[in-house]
Design a protein around this ligand. Structure first.
Ligand SMILES: NC(=O)c1ccc[n+]([C@@H]2O[C@H](COP(=O)([O-])OP(=O)(O)OC[C@H]3O[C@@H](n4cnc5c(N)ncnc54)[C@H](OP(=O)(O)O)[C@@H]3O)[C@@H](O)[C@H]2O)c1
Length: 309
């Protein structure tokens, strides 16, 4: 099968299209024919060597944690899926960063998969697992956002931020989203109240939420939690970040594969309450170009690799 591999850490140029042995299917694993794989910021970071001291890495690495595809074969012990099922998958391997989703086929364990929401395209479905898990675990688990509460999201147009906005709105919360002016209309369309990240954001937020906000989600770092918590206080407001964990008032959110959460995210999408934003789509062979673009662009939707069209 064809896959993108890298044999050493480096820039986008280390990504190569290669012919590799097809994955083996064990008694408890599922072989998925991958239709699309998302390009996430973490893929770029790992390719650059970010995980060198913490993630055992065996070269050549096939990058990519997010896939959408069709089940081709199941091990004899797998009852949850059958050939032909359309699935999404979070195929991160925590101890060996080696067999990722930038490939025509992936063998993975059933708990990493959930049914693909039928109303999403392959590209949208591939953009759902990591960002959906992160947003869900931030909004629901870390911040416990409930109906009637007010959530403030920094980086509201991003992959994680835009899903967090939608999850909180689906729960009946009011959402204020801080993003570039160019995203204001999109955020209004999701049901959020946009705040420009170029102006005096805290004054705009105070005007929109005179009684304060119940929870703040940071997806951009740069001292955001500290600045906001200093300005609006900590007591009644909960803070979570997916990028910066230094302030003691922050609950760190690091996406984990909780199968129940992956299914919850897929179900929200099936009900039309959650739709990832997809930007550019590249063929598998153009993964290096996709990484170059991902390193430069902001908030235009997830970049996705498309295989087996
Ligand atoms: N902890 C975890 O488990 C986890 C999981 C997934 C992602 N992450 C991390 O979370 C971060 C966001 O990921 P993503 O996939 O959502 O990235 P993304 O799709 O590239 O979005 C990043 C967003 O942040 C916005 N932004 C950047 N600086 C900003 C500022 N000063 N004020 C307001 N908005 C700003 C960008 O806005 P513009 O469009 O205006 O530039 C963009 O919309 C990344 O660092 C990623 O590595 C962590």
């Amino acid at each position: 099968m064809k896959a993108i591999v890298y044999h050493r850490y480096g820039g986008p140029e280390v990504l190569e299209l290669a012919e590799v042995a097809p994955p083996k299917v064990n008694v408890d694993s599922v072989l998925v024919r991958v239709h699309a794989a998302a390009v996430n910021p973490v893929d770029l970071a790992l390719r650059g060597g970010y995980g060198e001291t913490t993630v055992p890495t065996y070269f050549p690495v096939i990058p990519g944690w997010d896939i959408a595809g069709v089940v081709e074969q199941v091990g004899i012990g797998v009852g949850e899926f059958k050939p032909g099922d359309e699935v999404i998958g979070y195929v991160r391997i925590s101890v060996a960063h080696q067999h990722g989703g930038y490939a025509e086929q992936v063998a993975t364990e059933p708990h990493t998969l959930a049914p693909k929401p039928a109303n999403l395209s392959w590209e949208e479905a591939a953009a759902l697992p990591l960002n959906g898990l992160t947003a869900y675990q931030a909004v629901v688990r870390a911040l416990d956002v409930q109906a009637g509460s007010t959530l403030l999201v920094y980086g509201a147009a991003g992959g994680v931020g835009s899903l967090a906005v939608q999850i909180a709105i689906a729960r009946g919360a009011t959402v204020i989203g801080v993003a570039a002016d160019s995203h204001a209309e999109m955020l209004r369309g999701l049901g959020a109240r946009p705040v420009s990240d170029t102006g005096p954001a805290l004054e705009q937020i105070a005007a929109l939420a005179p009684n304060g906000v119940d929870a703040v989600l940071d997806t951009i770092g740069q001292g955001t939690v500290s600045a906001v918590a200093d300005a609006i206080g900590h007591g009644a407001t909960r803070y979570a970040s997916v990028v910066e964990f230094t302030d003691h008032r922050t609950t760190p959110v690091l996406a984990r594969l909780v199968p129940e959460d992956l299914r919850a995210v897929a179900e929200l999408a099936s009900r039309g309450q959650l739709r990832p934003r997809v930007g550019a789509v590249f063929p598998l062979s153009a993964a290096a170009e996709a990484h170059e673009l991902a390193a430069t662009r902001h908030g235009q939707g997830r970049i996705v690799l498309r295989m087996n069209p």
